[in-house]
Design a protein around this ligand. Structure first.
Ligand SMILES: Nc1nc2c([nH]c(=O)n2[C@H]2C[C@H](O)[C@@H](COP(=O)(O)OP(=O)(O)OP(=O)(O)O)O2)c(=O)[nH]1
Length: 137
C-alpha cells in the first residue's frame, strides 16, 4: 500500500449573469505561481467544507455567500508529486457585495470557451471541458 498525503481543498466556480467564470491568478512565490485557478483553499482544522469556502470567499474576494447558494458541481482527484489533491468544486451564482482582489491577486471573468487561454494547474484541466459543456459559449 502506498502512503499518500491527501490534501483537501475546496473551490468554487463563481458564475456571473453573463455566464462567465471567475478565475484568480496564483501569486508569485506560491506553488503553481502565475497559474489561473478557482477561488478557494484548504480547510482549517474543524471546518466544514462549505464553511471553509465561505470564509475563503470573504477573505480573498470580499463577498458574502450563503451556504444554500453553494451547490456541489464535481470534484478533482489529482496526484501531484508531493501530495494527492482532492478538490470538491462548487458552483455559485448568487452572492452579496462586489468581487475585489483583496489579496492582490489578478482576477478575470472568462467564458468557459476562453479558459484554454488561461493556464491552470494540472489538476484543473479536466474541469475545462466539463464547464464548457455546462455553460456553453
Ligand atoms: N484554490 C485552488 N487551489 C487549487 C486549484 N487547483 C489546484 O491544483 N489547487 C491547489 C494549489 C494548492 O496546492 C492547493 C490550494 O492551496 P492554497 O492556495 O490554499 O494554499 P497555498 O498554495 O497557499 O499553500 P500553503 O501556503 O497554504 O501551503 O490546491 C484551484 O483551482 N483552486
Amino acid at each position: 500500500m502506498s502512503s499518500v498525503k491527501l490534501t483537501l481543498v475546496v473551490a468554487v466556480a463563481l458564475i456571473d449573469t453573463d455566464n462567465r467564470i471567475l478565475l484568480a491568478q496564483r501569486p508569485e512565490g506560491k506553488q503553481l505561481a502565475g497559474l489561473w485557478e478557482f477561488p478557494g483553499g484548504k480547510l482549517e482544522p474543524g471546518e466544514r467544507p462549505e464553511e471553509a469556502l465561505i470564509r475563503e470567499l470573504r477573505e480573498e474576494l470580499g463577498i458574502a455567500v450563503k451556504e444554500p447558494c453553494l451547490a456541489p458541481l464535481t470534484f478533482v482527484s489529482h496526484a501531484y508529486e508531493t501530495f494527492h489533491l482532492l478538490m470538491p468544486l462548487y458552483i455559485c451564482r448568487r452572492w452579496e457585495g462586489f468581487v475585489q482582489p483583496l489579496e492582490g491577486q489578478a482576477l478575470k471573468w472568462v467564458k468557459a470557451q476562453e479558459m484554454r487561454g488561461y493556464p491552470m494547474p494540472p489538476a484543473d484541466e479536466p474541469l475545462i471541458p466539463f464547464l464548457v459543456d455546462l455553460l456553453g459559449s
